[in-house]
Design a protein. Structure first.
Length: 73
């Protein structure tokens, strides 16, 4: 009985981890409307402000959580 619970918990944990895997980005290395591709420094900045950006993105359609037009690095 105890091993079945452990197996079930491991299966659920595995599904949670797999659900977090990022998919392919079709906009990688393509330019945005301004003709720019985000690089390392913009990615670092987006990482720093991500907690605030996430909260704002829940209430606004004009704020996006991350830049899809990046160089993939």
């Amino acid at each position: 009985m105890k091993s079945k619970k452990r197996l079930l918990a491991l299966l659920i944990l595995g599904l949670i981890v797999v659900a977090c895997v990022a998919g392919p980005n079709p906009a990688e290395n393509t330019r945005n409307e301004k003709g720019q591709v985000a690089g390392f420094w913009q990615g670092l900045w987006h990482g720093i402000i991500s907690p605030i950006t996430f909260i704002v993105s829940l209430f606004s359609e004009n704020v996006h959580f991350y830049e899809v037009h990046n160089n993939g690095g």
